[in-house]
Design a protein. Structure first.
Lengths: 249, 455
């Protein structure tokens, strides 16, 4: 990116003064950050969203927020599948979000097969004619081979049950993550074909610059950002705002 | 953990090590490599600058260049400086002489506080603090209290909770009162995750701190944090005045730069490291041992400590005798395997052995614990006679064992074959000959068909 900017300044297409260069830099950053952008696809009935990511990046919270927006603002009926059967009280946490958002919750026993929970959730949604199913999964480090295999299996179960599903696989990335974020994205994308990133915890001092590398190298766009604890703090990603924030002091 | 950093440093140092004589240019080149390796690992740039500067000064000292083996000297200096960077020999928690020891846990959302609370509780219980209690002061995140109750129970700790309607400061104070009357040894206070820029919540943390006057405040830091870690640590140092750090998610492939910078910037040492999904995957952090590990010098001390905790000495002596007399049976093998597995995931243990980092096939080994389950099942399906004398196992016995353990006859065969090999290997070892590393690797895998998945 820097090379490209240097080239343009030298070639004379960008004036060689500080402001113009910065403005152009923001444009370039926004362009890269906006790679492959598109809305979240909810056309299918029900539309199936699969949420994946490393431990503690904010998967369950993000699902709560998405569910709230879909049901309260767009009037869609939402089913949440608590396929994080590993972490203690993960299903309870999702249950509370489901209640706040007015969504229905499908859960399994602790330690149950996550694929089976996903299956039940979609089956329930189909039976009731719900609009959207969001499947939560247990956080896992991308280096845990067997847990990544498990995730691939969950995806396979979903795809088998409903052709074309999951219609959207979202990876949550913590904005404070450093260079490791790119590796996370690469390995998760290999395992489950990630469609978009949800960049969480942007309300801190971290700016989440790693998503630039993810968009640039893997072509996976950021679709949503999380910038706070309340339900309204989930927003669509705006590349220009992001680029501005990246350069702001 | 620290794998990539470790690779680069090892490569650089083996280059230096092989030189008989070092010139200033050699040292310069090595320093440049070390600087790059640290920056790539997310170590804060200021820290890197200071570190390589001291390193260079020491390496150019007369006693290094003039010494008989300058390469070795450089390795030694890097080891010492790396240890210093991470906090010297490390320190223990401050324990109260009377009344419960109070430990306050703080950190960003999702750094792993609740899990770390339970792991710490279990760790302390294993190390002589019988009665550990937890206080559930995260009233914000949905189901955080339930999570602490569940993991607390698993760790064998009592959990003080008042639901989510009470004020966290009051819950903490109440829990401390309870802990005092019930004469608990340790009280660990779990708090809600908070951003260091959230003034209200940071203020609340300061109030909890004031009310319970903890003996130690621990900051929980995700090892994957990038350059931001330093800023976070600085703000928490200001409001929460934390005394030490718990590094979590060190089992990932993050390059661990955050771990290296936090100590350097705030002066607060890393006390504990959390390295896996299970409750046991938690240990004291020893900077000196970690430095050796990063440089590929192994961490035998930690391995021995873990073994001492888990392995029954008398049983071990018995086994040794049996091995010497070559009376080692499948039954003994089963017992031994159980003991080793108590020490934690095998892939973690391998990393502690010196030189293992250099063995490529082991390095990427993802030891499949299920294989071990299978081996256990096979042995458990044998009669006592069969376990002592596996030669008995032919056609129909083999079939019965396979059926009983849910495996195939081939797998039973493989196990027996491998057991034979192992006995042969033992004969070698007890007779004083060096084992073949290939064979040793197979034995470490312990499974009939070690599956080495390459990542």
């Amino acid at each position: 990116m820097v090379e490209r900017l240097e080239h343009e300044v030298e070639g004379g297409s960008v004036a060689a003064d500080g402001e113009a260069v910065q403005a152009r830099l923001i444009e370039i950053l926004a362009e890269v950050a906006g790679t492959g952008r598109g809305p979240i696809d909810l056309r299918a009935e029900p539309a199936v969203l699969l949420m994946v990511g490393v431990n503690g990046t904010g998967k369950t919270t993000t699902i709560g927020k998405i569910a709230w927006h879909l049901s309260q603002e767009f009037g869609l009926s939402v089913v949440l599948g608590a396929a994080d059967t590993y972490r203690a009280a993960a299903a309870e946490q999702l249950a509370e979000w489901a209640e706040r958002a007015g969504a229905e919750l499908v859960r399994g026993q602790e330690g149950a097969d996550p694929g089976a929970v996903a299956f039940d959730a979609i089956e329930a949604a189909q039976a009731r004619g719900a609009d959207v199913v969001i499947v939560d999964t247990a956080g896992r480090l991308h280096t845990q081979g067997n847990l990544m295999d498990e995730l691939t299996k969950v995806r396979r179960v979903i795809a088998k049950q409903m052709p074309g599903a999951p219609h959207e696989t979202l990876l949550s990335i913590d904005a404070t993550t450093g260079q490791n974020g790119l590796r996370q994205a690469r390995i998760f994308a290999d395992a489950v074909e990630v469609d978009g990133v949800v960049l969480t915890k942007l309300d801190g001092t971290a700016k989440g610059g790693i998503v630039l590398a993810i968009a640039d190298e893997l072509g996976i766009p950021v679709k949503l950002i999380g910038a706070g604890e309340t339900l309204e703090d989930l927003r669509p990603f705006d590349p220009t705002d992001f680029a501005n924030a990246l350069l702001a002091e | 953990m620290f794998d990539q950093l470790s690779d680069r440093l090892q490569a650089t140092l083996s280059e230096v090590r092989s030189r008989g004589k070092l010139s200033e240019a050699d040292v310069d080149a090595a320093m440049r490599e070390i600087r790059l390796a640290l920056l790539e690992a997310d170590v804060n740039f200021k820290v890197v600058k200071g570190f390589t500067k001291t390193l260079k000064e020491r390496c150019l000292g007369a006693d290094v260049l003039g010494s008989l083996d300058p390469g070795q000297q450089v390795v030694k200096i890097v080891n010492e400086e790396l240890t210093g960077l991470m906090g010297g020999t490390g320190r223990d928690l401050a324990f109260s002489s009377s009344g419960p020891t109070v430990i306050l846990m703080a950190g960003l959302q999702g750094s792993g506080k609740t899990t770390a609370c339970a792991k710490l509780a279990r760790h302390l219980r294993e190390n002589g603090r019988r009665d550990v209690a937890l206080a559930a002061c995260d009233v914000y995140r949905p189901a955080a209290v339930e999570q602490l109750v569940t993991v607390g129970k698993r760790a064998g700790a009592h959990v003080y909770e008042k639901g989510t309607d009470a004020d966290p400061v009051e819950i903490a104070a109440w829990a401390l009162e309870q802990a005092k009357t019930e004469r608990r040894d340790v009280l660990i206070v779990d708090t809600a995750g908070r951003l260091h820029v959230d003034a209200d919540l940071m203020e609340e943390l300061a109030r909890i701190r004031k009310r319970v006057t903890p003996h130690d405040v621990l900051l929980v830091v995700d090892a994957m944090t990038g350059q931001d870690a330093v800023g976070v640590a600085e703000s928490f140092a200001e409001t929460a005045e934390f005394d030490g750090v718990v590094m979590t998610k060190l089992d990932g492939d993050a390059r661990g730069g955050a771990a290296l910078s936090v100590k350097a910037v705030t002066g607060k040492p890393i006390l504990f490291a959390s390295t896996g999904e299970k409750l046991e995957a938690f240990d004291r952090f020893h900077p000196d041992r970690m430095a050796s590990r990063i440089l590929g010098m192994g961490d035998v001390l930690s391995l021995i400590e873990r073994a001492e905790q888990q392995i029954d000495e008398k049983q071990a002596l018995d086994l040794e005798k049996k091995m010497r007399r070559n009376e080692f049976t499948l039954e003994d093998f089963l017992q031994q395997m159980k003991q080793v597995r108590k020490m934690g995931p095998l892939s973690g243990l391998l990393g502690m052995l010196p030189g293992m980092g250099a063995m490529k096939q082991l390095k990427n080994a993802n030891v499949d614990e299920r294989e071990l389950d299978r081996v256990e099942a096979i042995i458990l399906s044998m009669t006592p006679e069969e376990r002592v004398n596996p030669a008995l196992i032919k056609g129909s016995r083999r079939k019965r064992i396979a059926n009983g353990s849910g495996t195939r006859p081939q797998q039973v065969n493989q196990l027996i074959k491998q057991f034979d090999q192992m006995r042969k290997l033992m004969r070698h070892m007890t007779s004083g000959k060096d084992p073949d590393p290939q064979q040793l690797a197979q034995m470490m895998g312990g499974a009939p068909r070690p599956k080495y998945k390459r990542r």
